[in-house]
Design a protein around this ligand. Sequence first.
Ligand code: AMP
Length: 279
Amino acid sequence: MKVVYTKNELKQEIQKVKKSEKTIGFVPTMGYLHQGHLSLVEIAKKETDYVVVSIFVNPKQFNSQEDLEKYPRDLQRDLELLKKENIDLVFAPSETEIYSEEPKLMMDIPELTNKLCGKFRPNHFQGVLLIVNKLFHLVKPDKAYFGKKDYQQYLIIKRMVEDLNMDISIVGCPLVREENGLAMSSRNVRLSDKEKEDALLIYRSLQIAKQEFLKGEKNSEVLREIIKDIIETGKNNKVEYVEIVDPETLESQKVAKSKNMIAVAVYTGNVRLIDNIEL
Ligand code: AMP
């Protein structure tokens, strides 16, 4: 496994791979890797010949300075985990390497970015679009892998690639949970034991709402209230949003239908967590 830190080193490696006609699979991450990230790597390894993982905490997608400062980082640990996965290349650039100049380009897909998390995190998805686009130009992947834990992000990236005729297939990968049901996230290490317990209510509430839906409750407002009430029995929990949406357009649905998605964002203490479930 080779590790590079600069765009030039990365370009040289990618040029070599392109000459060899191997297909490139790419997994962009912000590091502090867990089994959720590694599941993407494993799918990429099965589907492509040469796997690149990037590790970069992208300041442009944080809308809270505190969240950026507290975002967990441990490059050595990440590299050890990736070595075991036997991947080919890690790109771990510094902030100045990526943003040597302040970018002037503004990317947006308002119909998708102004919903769910986008309502509460101004400029977050614009920052994601910019970094993913930059990384795609550097890595030139054939396939790129995104987790459906960040479902809205996955949809936005898929749309960007379609709108720009980029020759990259975007692969959506299943959400990976802890055994207790908590959606894996790098931010989970910031939870205290008590907060972790409260965070378990998030997935539990989604499962209960799904059961109610399957038993016949189709009123979104009722299902949303069920979820909010369960989550907020945890005294560290504050629901930011609960929405039942069409999985293609992210439009809110008054009447819940099969294949709709319930998406939630919750503050457990100071940590913002997201989760979703398909009906
Ligand atoms: P992040 O490091 O949080 O930016 O995540 C990098 C990639 O890993 C994104 O495509 C995420 O959707 C994906 N990912 C993070 N957590 C999970 C999870 N629990 N299950 C599946 N994919 C995940």
